[in-house]
Write a protein that binds this ligand. Structure first.
Ligand code: ADP
Length: 343
């Protein structure tokens, strides 16, 4: 990784924990906020918890309804803003009550919504989620306006992307748009974090534009064809992705934490998750990515950034909902300071 890549960073190598805890100017009172540009989706999640998931043609009465702001892009933007980033979101919403509510939420989190465009043709993105008694779910997503986020939209946000410390993206918006944003970022040497979710194979040209790739285990299997069962599989899969030109790979492992690999930093290891009582793991990966973007933009070394993101994501699984579960920086810092926390 080139020195100029993460502006303000000091060192990407391994830093002993004692030193991480003493690097407190960053942990205690954040330096001037780092700019994070997020390109991605915004959805409203409509969740019904029922005794069982209805079969085709079946109607089930009873259950409990819950509505929450979601969409991978918006979740990651909210996570980054609450973790201490100066966030600008580039997205499309419909001209309806759901889009209006979503934007109100972004503004409440201090997110710059100049490039959240109102689509005249499509409705806001909606995810209908039915959760059965045993936690299994059935989800249908109407992408709506998210599917209309065009390369032209990201070109209109060119200045926001070129002046960012990091660009953060996922795959819930059209691939050609992700590609265009990555090109703009590359031409201004802005590092790109791509969370390759939902999973789909990616071409080498796009991967060469990515600094940090953050797949979960399933996404890693789809990207590399390698089944992730043990740590050596993670190392092999990460190596395959690093060979494509990605600078660092973070394979998120749910309650096991995250496997971090970087060729230049000679890192290949798991940073364990924080032990918490999980209530709802929805969007854990999104919260991880938003916090990771902030930590890296602030110049933290990779493993230190992984700990920060693990802490944010662990806090998120203790709460229900996607965006409602994104923690604030003071709570992330509090968890990081807990005695005996994993390192
Ligand atoms: P995704 O939601 O994309 O499938 P993961 O399930 O891998 O992603 O979770 C992302 C991150 O969230 C993990 O790397 C970890 O830091 C945190 N996490 C997930 N589940 C738990 C859990 N049960 N306890 C603590 N941390 C968790």
């Amino acid at each position: 990784m080139k020195n100029s890549e993460f502006r303000g960073r000091k060192n990407w190598g391994h830093v002993p924990n004692s030193e991480i805890r003493n690097m407190s100017p960053i942990f205690k009172s954040p330096i001037s906020k780092r700019k994070i540009a997020v390109v991605g989706s915004s959805n409203t999640d409509m969740i019904i918890k029922t005794g069982k998931i209805p079969r085709p043609g079946e109607t089930i009465l009873g259950g409990e309804f819950h509505m929450a702001a979601g969409g991978k892009g918006a979740n990651q933007a909210a996570s980054a803003a609450r973790a201490g980033g100066d966030v600008a979101f580039i997205a499309r919403i419909g001209n309806d009550i759901f889009g209006k509510k979503a934007v109100e939420g972004f503004i409440h989190d201090g997110i710059d919504v100049k490039h959240v465009y109102k689509d005249r043709r499509a409705a806001s993105g909606i995810a209908l989620i039915i959760v059965g008694a045993d936690g299994e779910n059935s989800i249908a997503v109407a992408s709506g306006a998210n599917a209309n986020l065009t390369p032209e939209d990201v070109r209109r946000a060119g200045r926001t992307i070129s002046s960012a410390n990091i660009l953060l993206m996922q795959l819930e918006t059209p691939l050609e748009t992700v590609r265009e944003a990555a090109e703009i970022a590359a031409s201004y040497k802005v590092p790109v974090i791509l969370n390759p979710a939902p999973a789909r194979p990616l071409d080498d040209h796009l991967l060469r534009r990515i600094s940090i790739l953050t797949p979960n285990e399933t996404e890693t299997e789809i990207l590399t064809g390698i089944k992730i069962k043990k740590e050596s599989d993670m190392a092999k899969a990460a190596q395959r992705l690093l060979k494509k030109g990605v600078r660092a790979v973070f394979i998120t492992l749910g309650s096991k934490g995250v496997f971090v690999a970087s060729e230049t930093e000679k890192i290949r290891r798991i940073i364990p998750a924080f032990k918490v009582t999980a209530v709802d793991t929805t969007a854990a990966g999104d919260i991880f990515n938003g916090a990771l973007a902030v930590a890296l933009a602030e110049g933290r070394p990779l493993l230190d950034a992984a700990r920060f993101a693990n802490a944010a994501a662990a806090l998120s699984v203790t709460k229900i909902g996607a965006q409602p579960s994104a923690p604030h920086r003071r709570d992330i810092e509090k968890l990081l300071k807990t005695k005996g926390s994993p390192s």
